[in-house]
Design a protein around this ligand. Structure first.
Ligand code: ZN
Ligand code: ZN
Length: 336
């Protein structure tokens, strides 16, 4: 049996080709991929800014139907609709042994260092597959992955209900953060976002106010947030200049969450005296430790269907990546 797969080589870029479907090893399953989301990580890989394996099949936000399972697999069966938690951990390093698998020194991501979902048939360990309600829209199923990352970031922020939050950036992940903040009882939820369409998305996801970044000093914002600023501030953009501005908007005792992925050489100037005086807490958040199952549980309660999407067949991968760069919608490839 053959599959079509989109592989990324460092020398030649993307290449779509036919290849045999790998034979299943013990514990593995094959999945007919119905939807695979593109995200910033994929773009960073194409630009050479993210460590990936040469020749890898891209795609780590995956939803599909189980095609076949190895004899010893019991958690999923052919025909099940599943989403993929796209990481492989070594289980032996100090992080794996202390409940921090996501910091594993030998961590490998499917679609980054291991073959991922931009193929008609993906092969993966069955233990990283999560069954979905069969009625789930495959694009919503594929959103379990970014939603799991957002759930982890809210865990890291650990805000008290009834406290204020400012979220900068309302792309698909920012929109999920808005919805999770709402579900957590945060109020007011203010979003800073230059795109009008994304400001409207923020409001539809539960924000109380969405403003252009130039209007963060407006009376409207301070009327909601109070003179002292926000208890929680989230950088969902990933740029030091924006982060610096956001730090000025945190109240004393507040928490700053770095969620967006900044360029490695982008430097934030933060005087220790400022951290001292304001008793700031600064937290980072990376990927999705033990949150994929919770994301699956929340798929139907978070209004993910309000995030605008655009769909391409696998053969139109170039147009899909182009659309991803423009960033107007959440872009999906439907290989099957
Ligand atoms: Zn991603
Ligand atoms: Zn490890």
């Amino acid at each position: 049996m053959f599959r079509t797969a989109l592989r990324h080589s460092k020398a030649d870029g993307l290449h779509l080709g036919e290849e045999p479907i790998p034979a299943l090893a013990p514990g593995e399953a094959s999945i007919d991929v119905l939807a695979v989301g593109l995200c910033g990580t994929d773009t960073h890989i194409l630009e050479g800014n993210f460590p990936s394996a040469d020749g890898v099949i891209l795609g780590h936000e995956v939803c599909g139907t189980v095609r076949e399972v190895a004899d010893d697999v019991t958690n999923v069966a052919p025909g099940d609709l599943v989403t993929v938690e796209p990481h492989k951990y070594c289980t032996e390093c100090t992080y794996c042994r202390s409940g921090e698998e996501h910091h594993c020194v030998n961590k490998k991501g499917y679609g980054v260092k291991l073959d991922g979902g931009m193929t008609t048939t993906m092969v993966a360990p069955a233990r990283i597959l999560y069954r979905l309600d069969p009625q789930t829209d495959p694009m919503i199923g594929a959103m379990a992955e970014p939603l799991a990352c957002c759930i982890h970031s809210v865990d890291r922020l650990d805000p008290k209900s009834g406290t204020s939050v400012l979220i900068a950036g309302c792309g698909p992940a920012g929109a999920m953060l808005v919805a999770l903040s709402k579900a957590r009882g945060l109020t007011p939820i203010v979003v800073s976002e230059p795109s009008e369409a994304r400001r409207e998305l923020a409001l539809s996801m539960g924000a109380d106010l969405a403003v252009h970044p130039d209007e963060l000093d407006s009376a409207e914002v301070s009327a909601l947030a109070g003179e002292q600023g926000f208890q929680s501030v989230v950088d969902a953009v990933g740029r030091a200049g924006i982060a610096r501005d956001l730090l000025n908007r945190i109240r004393k005792g507040g928490t700053f969450l770095v969620f967006g992925v900044a360029a490695p050489d982008d430097v934030l100037a933060l005087p220790p005296r400022e951290v001292y005086d304001k008793e700031l807490t600064i937290v980072g958040s990376i990927i999705n430790p033990y949150t994929h199952e919770r994301a699956v549980s929340m798929l139907s309660s978070v209004p993910l269907d309000r995030i605008p999407t655009r769909v391409f067949p696998l053969s139109e991968y170039e147009a899909a990546f182009e659309a991803q760069r423009h960033g107007r919608e959440k872009v999906y490839i439907q290989p099957a």
